[in-house]
Design a protein around this ligand. Sequence first.
Ligand code: AHM
Ligand code: MG
Length: 335
Amino acid sequence: MSRKNQTLGEFIIENQTEFKYSSGELSKLINAIRLAAKVVNHEVNKAGLVDIIGAAGETNVQGEDQQKLDVMANEKFIQTLTKREIVCGIASEEEDDFISINSQDENHQNKYVVLIDPLDGSSNIDVNVSVGTIFSIYRRVTPVGTPVTLQDFLQPGRNQVAAGYVIYGTSTMLVYTTGHGVNGFTLNPAIGTFYLSHPNMEFPETGKIYSINEGNYIHFPQGVKDYIKYCQMEEQDRPYTSRYIGSLVSDFHRNMIKGGIYIYPKSSVASDGKLRLLYECNPMAFLAEQANGKASDGFGRIMDIEPTELHQRVPFFCGSRLMVEKAEEFMQKTL
Ligand code: AHM
Ligand code: MG
């Protein structure tokens, strides 16, 4: 039973028995994410005040500049999850390889692995636009008490037991699912407590917003070009509105509330698009499906893709169900 104004802590305890495997371990894990989110929120909020904005001078595994706040968020999430000894492994968009946490020790019975994008949309930090943290949780597939392996992380999205995001926006929210719908909690910064503000979040079946980086139009596949033209046509409820923040969590969050579609397609310069299957697309796809929306690579369900590598990229079409299906129709036509 959820009720507005419930704290996230109360909600986790009350809904613990709904979890598929209710040993309390997953609840502790969500609690740890809540804690790390508050710490990162504190740092992100003061970003304009102290000299921590700007590139850290390092390049991550995808060859992109890391911002200092990316580095900080990565450290905070990893530290919080490691110190509390509640997971056996972590993979992060900012780390080359996965991290094993005492998984070979037979006294550690931890079953879960976490995959995170610690600070998504970090190119927006310098201009004070909302950024987010995305997380995805699986049960390991190898036996407890043995070292975690790549196999534990390369699971299809449909195996997720929980996923969510934190949006550091005009207000900070934690939105997550454990496979029983999607609930959103807003942080009261004065007392540092998250309250249930958005129970049972759902994408409207259709919407009027399309979110895509149209600057890349020339490089898009014909199906995506045709869909964009369809969105712009003066017909029925169209033209739609174009809204693109360039911060997946923020674009997704708005579209879930208002109705819309987010697209990051493949292109002639990026054959698999930009977004990472494990850290970005799978968790957002789980949330979308739990909120009556849909997530596709243009042709099939994101969560059915069998991952082959940790930092794999895939094209991403996500949002209101009827809009994603319409975009898929255009993709099919130009196969
Ligand atoms: P990041 O993980 O390096 O921040 O990249 C992911 C972000 C998404 O949040 C956003 O939707 C997209 O990249 C924007 O990319 P582009 O600037 O190419 O449109
Ligand atoms: Mg990212």
